[in-house]
Design a protein around this ligand. Structure first.
Ligand code: ATP
Length: 369
């Protein structure tokens, strides 16, 4: 699978742009703030119908405009697949596959696997549990439609239950039977989703360990502990017992939306005790394991987006990553770099056909010097 071309219209700092891409290495060069990462984000939109950076779709429209369009032609199993994503302020996002409008975004997710590595982004480790749940959910959703559908339903019921709890508090009247159908769904879906998360980790963990050892060059004992209340024998009883607390706090305090994934090195949380280097290696290993698991399940190499790796990683980690690129471990690759000469000398050595684009304040052109 690869993206053949990309067209942007009023997307972030691009008024208009059109790029013919290489099926292997593509590199976007240009000064800081010129719009290199925005190109990666446009590709992310085509694959997953959303930004990797900004959850609010309308904030990705060029300032003072009403809509944006991102369009791309993919080569998928030797067939062309045209994807257009349109976001217009105040309207429902549109996704069009080969001219046909897709009703549910979930129909599209998983079709075009993508992995983004932004080494600066150690938020996955440092931030709260929501970041980590999002990472694992994103992966599971791309791999498993049933998981995606269950998660969407869960979020729907959770929102409804929380609205009811708030309504009870606002009106000072509690009507417990009204909660029952929501309790039932949330309990059942929590158990199902937690089991899927646990099972997924069994497959994912060994890949993570291998990649961590490889990228860090160290033999440290790393692990992920899945921290969930939903797998205990009497989760249902616990959930129902928790109702008085939920009524006071006006929100649902148990369920898979409270789960966490604890990353550890030598049995200590990496969040608190890991060095910066260990944290960076861990994030890259998480993403490389993601790449591998997608490849194993989808039998196609995901598109890989590498944001700013040459600036943010030390030489050893860059060398390890580039070795993987040189060994054709990856399929189509998009890399950003603020220093054109540096990326050119590194990448051309690996692939003499690597394609370079110069980005300058939202204007992009082929750079072939
Ligand atoms: N909705 C928008 N409308 C107009 N411009 C936007 C919008 N969203 C972001 N930008 C602009 O996009 C630019 C940032 O682009 P991007 O993050 O792609 O830069 P970059 O080249 O990757 O920079 P760096 O090398 O620092 O990572 C900023 O100038 C920002 O103001």
């Amino acid at each position: 699978m690869h993206l053949k071309n990309l067209q942007l219209n009023q997307f972030k700092n691009y008024k208009q742009a059109k790029l013919e891409l290489s099926s292997e290495i593509n590199c976007f060069v240009g000064i800081n703030g010129s719009g290199k990462t925005n190109l990666l984000d446009a590709i992310h939109y085509l694959c997953l119908t959303k930004s990797a950076l900004n959850a609010q779709d309308s904030q990705n429209i060029l300032h003072d405009q009403e809509f944006f369009t991102v369009f791309g032609e993919f080569n998928l199993d030797f067939k062309t697949l045209e994807i257009r994503c349109v976001v217009e302020s105040g309207k429902k996002k549109q996704l069009i596959q080969n001219g046909k409008s897709i009703e549910k975004m979930s129909e599209h997710i998983g079709l075009l696997p993508v992995v983004m590595i932004a080494p600066d982004d150690t938020l996955l480790i440092k931030d709260g549990s929501e970041e980590r749940r999002r990472f694992f959910d994103n992966m599971l959703c791309q791999l498993d439609k049933t998981y995606l559908e269950s998660l969407v339903r869960y979020q729907h019921f959770l929102k409804q239950r929380n609205a009811l709890l708030k309504q009870f508090a606002d009106t000072n009247r509690v009507n417990k039977p009204l909660l029952e159908p929501f309790d039932r769904e949330i309990i059942q879906l929590s158990i199902q989703i937690a089991k899927a998360r646990e099972q997924f980790l069994e497959e994912y963990k060994p890949l993570l360990l291998d990649h961590y050892a490889d990228i860090s060059g160290q033999q440290e004992d790393i692990s992920i502990q899945y921290d969930s209340d939903c797998l205990v024998a009497d989760f249902e009883g616990n959930f129902l017992q928790n109702q008085p607390k939920d009524l006071i706090l006006k929100r649902t305090t148990m369920g898979i939306h409270k789960d966490d994934f604890i990353f550890e090195i030598d049995n200590y949380p990496i969040k608190k005790f890991g060095s910066q280097g260990q944290q960076k290696s861990f994030v890259i290993a998480l993403k490389l394991a993601q790449f591998e698991i997608f490849f194993a399940h989808k039998e196609t190499k995901p598109i890989l987006l590498l944001d700013d790796i040459f600036d943010k990683l030390d030489d050893l980690r860059i060398e390890k990553l580039m070795k993987l690129v040189a060994n054709h471990k990856f399929g189509q690759l998009f890399i950003t770099d603020a220093r054109p000469e540096r990326s050119k000398s590194i990448l051309q050595e690996i692939d003499s056909n690597a394609k370079f684009f110069m980005v300058d304040s939202g204007v992009v052109s082929v750079w072939d010097q």
